[in-house]
Structure formats: C-alpha cells, structure tokens
Design a protein around this ligand. Structure first.
Ligand code: N01
Length: 535
C-alpha cells in the first residue's frame, strides 16, 4: 500500500481512465510494481469528469470497450447503441473492481512534476499532496481532452448566477428547471447538452461562434438478439476494428468518388446513410475527406437538412456552417439538436460578428445587448492533446522542459515517445491516431506496444529507451505530410490548436489510419525497436 511518502516503483502511471486502468493491468501482468495517480476521486477519466446533461459516446457501445478480456466481453451488456456517460462510468468501475485495480491507484492526487535523473536513470514524480515517488518508467495516461478550456471573458467573477464547465460537471447534477440558462459553445459537447438543457430550462440562450455540421445519432436500445450476435462475434469484430482506418466500423465500405455519380444517385446515397444515423454519410465515397468538390456535395446535403429541420429561416441561416469542409472538425452527433431551435424557449445568439464582450453581474453582454441569466454553461472544449501534458512540469535530460521542447508544436516518434525524455511513454500522445479514432482501440494498441517494449527491455537487459533524433524528425514530417494530403488542415479546429489563443498551429493527431499505424508500430518493434536508442 502506498503510504503517501517517498517511495520507489518500477512504473508510475498518470491517470486512471480507459488508458491508465489497462496499463496498470498489463504492468501487473509483467510483475512490475506500479503506482497510478489520478486527479479524480475515482476511476473513469473523461467519463468521471464529463457528466453534463446528454453526455454520450459517439462510438458504438460494443466497439467502445476493452477487448483484452473475453470474460469481460461476455459478462458486460450495453443497453444502448451509443452508451451514455453513466453507463460507461459503470463499465469502468466494473473493470476496476473485476480486476482489483484500485489498490495501486491513489485518487484525488494530481501529479505536479516529473523530473528525469540521467545518473540514476529514474523519474522523480511529485504530487500536489507533496508525495514523491521514484520510478524507472513514467507512463502518461492523461487523456487527450482533459484540460478544460475556459475563455477568460471580462467580468466573469462579477456574475451572480452559477457557472459550469461541461468538463467539470457537478456530481450531484444541476437542476435547470425554470431557469434562464446560457450555453457558450456548439462543439460535440454543446450539441449534446443543448437539447437536454432546453427541455428543462425556462429559457435557453445558445451563444454560437461557429456553426457546426452535426449528424443525427439515431441512438436506440440494443436488442437481445444484437447482444447475442455481438457476443458471438467479438473476435471478428475486434479484428475489423484493429485493421480499420478509425478503429470503428459501420459495416460500410466507401465506394468510388462522389464526383463520378449523378446528382440523383448521390442524394439517394446520402439520404440512405443519413437515415441510418451517425457518421455513416461520411463513409459514402472514398474522396469526401480529400477532395473539396466531393466534400462540398455532402456539406450541401447537410446544409439542406438544417434548412429543412429549422423552421425559422434566419435561425437556420445562422446555424449553417460555411467556414470549413464537413468532417474536418470532429463531427458532432446529436439527438434532436437542430430540432431544438424550433422550441419557443430557445434563442440562438450569433457571437461570430459580435463576440461576447463581457460577463456581467446579471448575465452576458454581446452586440451591445445584455442577456439576463441564472446560469452560464461553458461548453468551450479543451486545450487538446498537449494541454494535459503541459499541466505537469515534465523535465527530461539536462532539465529540458517538455513544454519548452514542444514550444513550436509537439514532437514525438510514433506519438509514443519524445527524444530527450527517456523511459517516458505517452498513451495516445500527439502524432498517433488517438482522437481521430475510436479511443479504446488506440489505447489498447499503445498499452500493448508499451508493455511489450518493457518486456523486451527486461529480456535484453536494457535500461533506457528514447527516440533517435532522425526518427523523430522523420515521424513529425510524415504526420504533417499525411495531414496535408487531406482537407483536415483547412479547418480552424482544436486538432491544430486553433481554439487556444497563442497555441502553435500544428496538426497534432496522425491521420494515416489505425490499421496502417498499428502495422508501422509492429514493424518498428519487430526490427528491435528501430528508430529508438536502447541502452
Ligand atoms: O469542444 P470544442 P467540445 N467565445 O472545442 C466555442 C470530444 N467529445 O467540448 O468553433 C465563443 O469542439 C467554440 O467555438 P469555435 C470530441 O472529440 C466527444 O464540444 O471555436 N465561443 C466551439 O463551438 C470533441 O471534438 C464526445 O468558434 C467559444 C465550442 O466552444 C471534443 O471532445 C462528446 C469561445 C467548443 O467546441 C471537444 O468537444 C463531447 C469563445 N471565446 C466531446 N471559445 C463524444 O464522444 C470556445 N468557443 C460523445
């Protein structure tokens, strides 16, 4: 048991969400002593913090789960096609209990610094409770979207009402009945929360800076037949996910170019996939994410849908995205999002041309008008990917800070390690498919790759691993090259750091596909960890 004082272990893992729990499980299997630090009061990571109304996963439930234990697969049953936050949190708690993981986790404890000592080949990890732990390996399982972004509007402290961030939602829930609520932000989170808050609130104002494309999820209960079929075929399903581009399958094989079919056929195809639900329309043709003209056809289709759903033409216009190709920002998935603007208690406020001037004592001022509010909900997203790592004072060889090394944008080899930071492994770090994939699939792949690497090091009597300079440079160039082949860089998205003032604009995740990436990582390992210096 960790006594809260100085301590030495083989590995420290930071975070007890999907990644940290599985990493702990695998380290235990290797016989390594491990300490996991978790800022939250319990396991769950993203699903511990994001308890906002309507929080739900955009991946199919059976696909958004661990594959490492056939017993776990067989005993757990998901109730809906897209699982809601409470169900995912129950699942992660079940995993922690079933594998008895909590005993190596210290909760309510944030890692404040991690410094590498080259002479001892050790990381010294310090927490906000003052404890220090020495570890040979440091593994970050901090998540990609876990540092809330809360814009500092002037006057925020003057507001007399309640203020919430969706990523730090009160555990007891919030009752908005009869209240005047303002929601800032229309990303995936806002788009999930707005319809649910609208049903409760007296009056809801949505402050929208950038309109977003959104796809109806068409979530529903899973039938007993579907559960039985999934359980019988998990093995095949996992193989498909691991080889797929996004770690997710709709059972749709994109066919040909959107530019090579008639307008009628294209419309029929889009309509069929729109009715099927979720991101299916994005899989209609092979060129939707690489050819602007092809992309425009789908974008126009969704724009027409918005116009047909939203009754007030002026509101529909403001809700219609025109500034980015469809799919180049993480596409939200909704339940009655556009329909919500037909409710008499919902008002859309365009803060694109008249940005939010200030939060006042009574509410929020924009365009010279004050909106009186009882509560403000920040659905303003996260300082993605690098934010959670920069919150920790990570220093490698020669005392170099990770934040300093990455001042111009993250530099990694395979998104797993960064030169100058020996024995530091990042689960779903920048430069890996991570946020462009169904997270559990990428998490499992990283955890297994890292665990195999540690086993290899032990078997070969190796004490240190870090990337070679050339290998890292080549990987960063490759990550950029494949991103530039797609339409992704055309959007001002959090993928390129555009949502955080002053953040360098670099496309952070690896867009080359989960299957390809897995193969590259496996080849690197098979060649004795090619591109890494092992000593
Ligand atoms: O955050 P976002 P999110 N003034 O950054 C607006 C994952 N996720 O929490 O677009 C006014 O996408 C901002 O406006 P703009 C998923 O990967 C997954 O919604 O920058 N507005 C935008 O509208 C997702 O992509 C799931 O102009 C301001 C919004 O706030 C990621 O999390 C569910 C502003 C932020 O959107 C992040 O999503 C939910 C300002 N100063 C989330 N600053 C599921 O799987 C920001 N905004 C289900």
């Amino acid at each position: 048991m960790f006594d809260g004082q100085s301590h030495a272990v083989d590995a420290v893992v930071i975070g007890a969400g999907f990644s940290g729990l599985y990493q702990l499980y695998r380290l235990r299997e290797l016989g390594m002593t491990t300490r996991v630090f978790e800022a939250g009061g319990d396991v769950g990571g993203t699903w511990y913090w994001n308890r906002y109304p309507g929080a739900r996963c955009d991946s199919f439930s059976a696909q958004y789960s661990y594959s490492f234990s056939p017993e776990l697969e067989q005993e757990w049953e998901w109730s809906e096609t897209y699982p809601a936050q409470p169900e995912i949190l129950r699942y992660l708690n079940h995993v922690a209990d079933r594998f008895d993981l909590r005993r190596e986790i210290t909760f309510n404890t944030r890692v404040s610094s991690a410094h590498y000592d080259p002479a001892a080949n050790r990381w010294t990890v310090t927490t906000d409770s003052g404890a220090t732990v020495a570890a040979t390996y440091l593994i970050t399982a901090v998540g990609c979207l876990s540092t809330p972004n809360k814009p500092s509007f002037p006057g925020i402290d003057d507001f007399k009402g309640a203020v919430y961030h969706t990523g730090l939602w009160p555990h007891a829930g919030v009752d908005f009945s009869g209240r005047r609520v303002g929601v800032i932000g229309t990303g995936s989170t806002g788009i999930q929360a707005i319809p649910v808050i609208a049903e409760q609130a007296g009056q809801l104002y949505v402050f929208q800076r950038t309109p977003n494309f959104s796809f109806p999820a068409r979530n529903r209960a899973v039938t007993p037949e579907e559960i039985a079929e999934t359980k019988a075929n998990y093995h095949e399903l996992r193989a498909i996910l691991r080889a797929s581009p996004g770690g997710l399958t709709y059972g749709i094989d994109p066919q040909g170019s959107a530019l090579e079919v008639s307008a009628e056929e294209r419309e029929r195809t889009f309509e069929g996939l729109w009715n099927r639900g979720g991101w299916a329309p994005l899989l209609a043709y092979t060129d939707l994410q690489i050819n602007l003209a092809a992309n425009n056809h789908l974008a126009d289709f969704v724009r027409r849908k918005i116009a047909s759903i939203v009754k007030d033409p002026a509101t529909a216009r403001v809700l219609t995205p025109t500034d980015h190709p469809i799919g180049t920002k993480r596409p939200p998935m909704d339940t009655n999002y556009f329909e919500t603007y037909n409710r008499p208690n919902v008002t859309l406020v365009d803060v694109r041309n008249a940005p939010i001037e200030a939060i006042t004592e009574k509410g929020l001022r924009t365009g010279g008008k004050e909106y009186e509010l009882d509560a403000i909900v920040f659905a303003t997203g996260f300082d993605a990917m690098t934010g959670p790592l920069f919150r920790i004072d990570i220093r490698g060889k020669d005392g170099m800070a990770l934040k300093e090394k990455w001042a111009g944008g993250p530099k990694t080899y395979l998104g797993i390690q960064s030169e100058g930071f020996p024995n530091l492994f990042m689960i779903t770090g920048p430069g890996s498919p991570s946020v462009l994939s169904n997270m559990p699939v990428s998490i499992e792949q990283h955890v297994e790759w890292i665990s195999d690497c540690l086993k290899y090091m032990r078997e070969h009597d190796l004490a240190r691993i870090e990337p070679l300079h050339e290998a890292e440079e080549a990987w960063v160039a490759h990550v950029n090259e494949v991103a530039n082949y797609t339409l992704y860089p055309l959007a001002n998205s959090w993928y390129i750091g555009a949502n955080i003032p002053g953040k360098p604009r670099i496309f952070m995740p690896y867009v080359g596909g989960v299957g390809n990436y897995r193969q590259k990582c496996a080849e690197v390992a098979a060649r004795g960890y090619e591109g890494f210096a092992l000593t």
